[in-house]
Write a protein that binds this ligand. Structure first.
Ligand SMILES: Nc1ncnc2c1ncn2[C@@H]1O[C@H](COP(=O)(O)OP(=O)(O)OP(=O)(O)O)[C@@H](O)[C@H]1O
Length: 260
């Protein structure tokens, strides 16, 4: 076990650090005839300093996996860990503190506060946590994301791509253990998507950030190190060094297996 940023980490024999993992994770919605098994005994390791994509057909359980792994959703069965902290054993207050201190989030709908400037939005999670920003790190993040000239603007004065880059900077500025991104390019055109994906890629390559991203888009997945494929609530495959073509081919296989 080693300690990084105050969080105990599990180191595997091949020296890959496990940033988060699930053990036999199941999530069931509803009861009786209306019962849906969204996740079926999923055991998966998400490695530190890697960019991981979660892909799969609609309804395969991608968002549910992300929400359970990030402690946003209660599990029906199994265990979830961030580092060596078991989320599934924490009380609600401890879970809230862990989400605030150790996890960054990027959502498809940006989720910025409309009355705050870009700078205030970026710093909001830190100020809620009562932490002071590291000025050099703040400047580096803002510069990398290309927002230096836009810090005084409110969300309504920014383009979609700029708003999502504010959300990326907000996730990164507290140096979380892991960032979960749910369809971060889902509302963006291809140019803005590329800018956001380039930034996420750079934050892994240059800052050693760990990012897990749910996406439908094989091009977005091609920016990552590793793709996990879900089907019917199970992880059915994974791919390293993905290309858009190979991901598309694999996804077509999953869709045709479902008869889509
Ligand atoms: N709150 C809920 N209540 C009942 N069923 C739900 C709920 N949330 C998700 N489900 C069901 O669980 C399954 C997995 O949903 P999930 O949203 O995780 O899939 P997904 O792969 O993210 O889908 P998409 O790509 O369409 O966003 C689906 O069958 C969905 O209908």
């Amino acid at each position: 076990m080693v300690e990084i940023a105050g969080v105990a980490q599990l180191v595997r024999a091949d020296n890959q650090i496990v940033a988060a993992r699930t053990q036999q994770l199941s999530k069931v919605y509803g009861t009786g005839d209306a019962q849906v098994i969204a996740l079926d005994t999923v055991s998966v390791e998400l490695f530190a300093h890697e960019f991981t994509a979660i892909m799969g057909p609609s309804g395969s359980g991608k968002s549910t996996l992300m929400h359970c792994a990030a402690g946003l959703d209660a599990v029906s069965d199994g265990r979830v860990f961030i580092g060596e902290t078991e989320l599934t054993s924490l009380k609600e207050k401890e879970l809230t503190a862990l989400r605030r201190d150790k996890i960054g989030f990027i959502f498809q709908a940006f989720n910025l506060i409309p009355t705050l400037t870009a700078k205030e939005n970026i710093l909001l999670p830190l100020s809620i946590a009562g932490r002071k920003p590291d000025p050099a790190w703040f400047d580096q993040v803002v510069e990398t994301v290309g927002l230096s000239e836009r810090l005084g603007h409110r969300p309504s004065e920014l383009s979609g791509g700029q708003m999502q880059r504010v959300a990326c900077a907000r996730a990164l500025v507290s140096r979380p253990e892991i960032i979960f991104a749910d369809e971060p390019t889902g509302n963006l055109d291809s140019r803005a998507s590329r800018e956001v994906l380039d930034f996420l890629r750079r934050s892994v390559a240059e800052f050693g950030q760990t990012i897990v991203m749910v996406t439908h888009d094989p091009v977005a997945a091609s920016y990552t190190d590793r793709v996990l494929f879900l089907a019917d609530g199970r992880v059915v495959d994974e791919m390293r060094e993905p290309t858009a073509e190979r991901v598309l081919e694999r996804m077509a296989g999953l869709d045709s297996a479902k008869g889509v």
